[in-house]
Design a protein around this ligand. Structure first.
Ligand SMILES: [Zn+2]
Ligand SMILES: [Zn+2]
Ligand SMILES: [Zn+2]
Length: 280
């Protein structure tokens, strides 16, 4: 499985859109790994994890061929993870020319994500239904694996947006396992229980609050530590497992190099936009 982090910032972006705080000013001046777009990842060039409002710039930054993407799995309906208005550009109405004409994007998410897609259609066309829809929507259920190409996906309950069923995802391919763990605070017992006895090769965690002690809805380093220790205790991980932190906010998380310095001795890897991970 090949994984690329497209964005590693929280919902405001890092630096944030309008913010004049010291971190945002420094991040703008320093550039490089301090620039974090809204969150998402690309798996094997045809599977997207979330669709952020920065997807257009991601296409340019990484020369992505988004026409190749067949599947989009969505964690929850927060607009930094599901920018439905941007997805409308996939419709033939905007002369979206695909080599495989008529190919529909398969979107997997909860009921709130489906409603967000429908409202984007209503906003653009004034109606709930469009001719030749560019997508098919699949409402996913927790703990029920489904297979997309060569990747098996299982949605697990996240501890994040209480008014909807937000998910984290377990991705499996050729006996390798990747846990995409945001947005979420410390996982619930049922999520830990499902992972018991499954060896995870890479675990990606929501470290929105950087070095702060936070556990709910998003985590800081102490929450990530709790998740790591619990996964180790229950043999879901071992010394070979990589723990990657992501989804950093400008209001709590330090600049990239500081995060690296302060977490390296605990074995955490600080993600950055464009970072690639290969699971073999
Ligand atoms: Zn988020
Ligand atoms: Zn700021
Ligand atoms: Zn969220």
């Amino acid at each position: 499985m090949e994984l690329m982090y497209l964005g590693t910032g929280a919902s405001e972006g890092y630096p944030a859109l309008f913010c004049q705080c010291d971190r945002c000013i420094q991040a703008t001046e320093l550039g490089g790994k301090n620039i974090r777009a809204r969150t998402g990842a690309l798996i094997n060039s045809d599977l997207l994890l979330d669709f952020s409002p920065d997807m257009y710039m991601n296409k340019l930054r990484y020369k992505l061929d988004l026409g190749k993407v067949n599947h989009l799995i969505v964690t929850h309906s927060h607009t930094d993870h599901f920018a439905a208005a941007e997805l409308m550009m996939r419709h033939e109405h905007w002369y979206c020319h695909l080599q495989e004409s008529g190919k529909r994007l398969q979107i997997y998410g909860n009921e709130a994500v489906e409603q967000a897609m429908k409202s984007a259609i209503r906003n653009d066309y004034g109606t709930d239904t469009i001719e030749n829809p560019f997508y098919e929507f699949h409402v996913i259920q927790p703990f029920v694996p489904f297979t997309l190409g060569e990747v098996t996906v299982t949605a697990l309950p996240a501890h994040h947006k209480p008014d909807e069923r937000s998910f984290i995802f377990l991705l499996e391919q050729n006996n390798t396992r990747f846990l995409y763990g945001n947005d979420s605070g410390v996982f619930s017992g049922e999520t830990f229980d499902y992972l018991r006895g499954k060896h995870l090769d890479v675990v990606s965690l929501d470290c929105n609050y950087g070095l702060e002690d936070r556990y709910d809805y998003h985590m800081g380093i102490s929450g990530c530590r709790i998740v790591k220790e619990r996964l180790l205790e229950q043999n879901s991980c071992d010394a070979r497992t990589s723990f990657i932190l992501t989804h950093f906010s400008h209001y709590s998380a330090e600049l990239h190099d500081t995060l690296v310095e302060r977490t390296a001795d605990e074995g955490f890897i600080i993600s950055y936009d464009g970072m690639k991970v290969s699971l073999t």
